[in-house]
Design a protein around this ligand. Structure first.
Ligand SMILES: [Fe+2]
Ligand SMILES: [Fe+2]
Length: 164
């Protein structure tokens, strides 16, 4: 389709593919972060979010279904970069007391990326009168925000304090 004929529907599907790719990438990264975490609390937060991420992928598959498209990812350079930076921290701060603080900072970069994507997609779904899709996206958005807050708590109560 010529670019000039594309509409918000096309943009919605493009962005859906972007976050679908990102979520699957995150699903693979979380167990590595869980294994790397020094504190029990942080490891279990990563484990909980891995389970939620499986649900996020299922919800996206439902949204694809609602728009009559097969679920398909589109390479998301942003998440590739965020995850690569997280891997650098895991290597560069291995065995350091600052490792958990670094892991949290990487995980929060991921959550913030997801929050911006889901925030946009939910808004566009509403604009496009897709209430069911908007509700599904909204549920995930709430879980990403809750995870972000939980990570801030772990950082403030233990990880940052233990890091120096
Ligand atoms: Fe997610
Ligand atoms: Fe997330």
């Amino acid at each position: 389709m010529p670019a000039k004929d594309k509409t918000l529907d096309d943009l919605f599907i493009d962005t859906l593919r972007d976050i679908y790719y990102a979520e699957r990438k995150i699903l693979k990264a979380l167990p590595k972060m869980q294994r790397a975490a020094q504190s029990e609390k942080l490891a279990s937060a990563f484990e909980d979010h891995r389970e939620e991420t499986e649900t996020h992928i299922e919800r996206l598959q439902k949204v694809f279904d609602l728009v009559g498209k097969a679920p398909r990812g589109k390479t998301c350079d942003a998440i590739e970069g965020i995850i690569a930076e997280g891997e650098d921290i895991m290597q560069d701060f291995k065995d350091s007391p600052a490792l958990d603080a670094g892991l949290i900072s990487s995980a929060q970069a991921v959550e913030h990326y997801e929050i911006t994507r889901y925030g946009t997609l939910r808004r566009w779904a509403t604009e496009l009168k897709m209430k069911e899709a908007a509700d599904l996206l909204s549920k995930t958005l709430d879980e990403e925000s809750a995870t972000d807050k939980k990570l801030t708590k772990i950082a403030e109560s233990t990880a940052n304090v233990a890091a120096h």
